[in-house]
Design a protein around this ligand. Sequence first.
Ligand code: BGC
Length: 448
Amino acid sequence: MRFTLIAVVAGLGGLLFGYDTGVISGALLFIRHVFHLDATMQGVVVAIALAAAAVGAAFAGVLSDRFGRRIVLLITAVIFVTGALVSAVAWSVPILLTGRVLVGGAIGVASMVTPLYLSEIAPPDKRGAVVTINQFYITFGIVLSYGVGYLLSHGGNGWRWMLGLGALPGIVLFIGMLTLPESPPWLAGKGRDDDARKALRYLRAGSDVTGAVADLKRDVMARSERAAPWSELFASKARRPLIIGVGLAIFQQVTGINTVIYFAPTIFQKAGLPSASAAILATAGVGLVNVIMTLVAMRLLDVVGRRRLLLTGLVGMLVTLIMLAGGFMAGLHGGLAWVTVASVAAYVAFFAIGLGPVFWLLIAEIFPLAVRGRGMSLATIANWSFNMLVSITFLDLVHGFGRGPTFLIYAAMTLATLIFTWFLVPETKGRSLEDIEAALEGEAALTA
Ligand code: BGC
């Protein structure tokens, strides 16, 4: 019970990520009038936070290795709250952009350190579910932001509240993290064995800690490797995890998920839904499907396994993207427009049981301890950079090629992801982080 509570607090970083991801499109409808922003400047307001997230992710690994996961999450919460408040009171475009940079940077850090911390405090047999609390919060934050956006869309200053309310989960995260212990493997790595043992006892209250203490000892032995330089990340031992981590980071974005998350109402309206409110309703429905299927993934990841869920999800995404492209090319309208909504919902459902959670889970599992922070950092930088690339090119692609062909491009990317996963992604279910490291190292030695 205590453990669940801990994970619920520690996962809140995901809520910051999801809420801000979702809220900006609604807020932008007002901001663009208040500050007279043209299309390019609107793009800048959105993209600058994504770019800042990539920069935040670049620092997250080094900082969380040096100062600890907990301290970094505490500082991140403060930066996030500051950024949300600055954005909310912004009286000029530069101030607004400053707020967006602070918020984006904090999200970039949290998006990496949250799954890292969760993976290090979780027992191996529950790690899939525990790390996926992060993805659950992301999806919940997105739906929450749709709701807030809808409720506040009437008053002229509603956008200030939309952005400012993001401070609340930041405050809860800060207060919550004050009460939580530092990650035991990190403490052990710093030679603080007694603190590590204490943290473990606290985390596993009520259950047997003997096995966990043995794991901890192995982590302590790995301590000497902790100061490994960046070059270690490119050594043969970490090469396969690096290819898998960065590869999945890019594939998670270039298969198009955020075109739906950021532009769903536009997609639905263009598909012929009768009114803006029908489009908003359909968007909310798709958001809920995302949350519910993420909960299903949490149940299945430690039972069915990561690899099988990822492959199943990818096949589903491929089929639904082709259906979606086909629907657009056939020009479905009227009642048939709902076929488009159903395809989008099914596509999101398949993302939510596979590529969504499995990417964040695997990057927290596959890197050797000595370079885990930096390996995750690199994968997270790639994820945010490609998120930005896809978001800023989507409308141009639609304009240049049409909706059908654009979604066929994402389908082709999904096929590539499927092939990549089939040949490269290992199963990590139920294994301790040390076992995974030893197994991947063994394979590297065999192929070196
Ligand atoms: C992705 C985000 C995406 C979200 C949607 C996450 O795993 O990294 O880019 O917006 O899933 O649920």
